[in-house]
Design a protein. Structure first.
Length: 127
């Protein structure tokens, strides 16, 4: 039930963003806070494969970070941006076919990645 509600929210967010009455490019829009930004962020992640790639990349980031800390192999931490952003950008460029929000809203996009990860992990967003 929760996953279906989030999918409905994703479709509605996409419709709002693509509305012909919207005069501002959503990528260039200034958001007052994360709460305003997150519906746009979700609308940029309607493709299931893209969301899955985000989830895989984020999971790998957590595993590699934990392994680096546990084993004191600090150079492994250099792989974190490649793992996190690499999987996400492949999802955007090849499946979602859009430009990652990271380029225009880096902080909110980073937070959005982890909120979406948590919502996927807890079943609020369908994997």
């Amino acid at each position: 039930m929760r996953a279906a509600a989030v999918d409905l929210h994703l479709r509605r967010a996409r419709r709002r963003i693509e509305s012909p009455t919207l005069r501002v490019d959503p990528m260039a829009a200034q958001y007052a806070n994360f709460r305003e930004f997150y519906p746009f962020y979700l609308s940029e992640h309607t493709d299931r494969t893209c969301r899955r790639l985000h989830f895989v990349g984020s999971t790998l980031v957590l595993l590699v970070a934990a392994s680096a800390i546990a084993t004191a192999h600090w150079l492994w931490l250099l792989a974190l941006p490649v793992l996190g952003y690499g999987f996400a950008w492949i999802g955007h460029f090849f499946f979602e076919k859009n430009r990652p929000a990271t380029f225009t809203h880096p902080f909110y996009s980073f937070v959005g990645d982890w909120v979406m990860f948590w919502q996927t992990l807890t079943g609020r967003i369908r994997f």
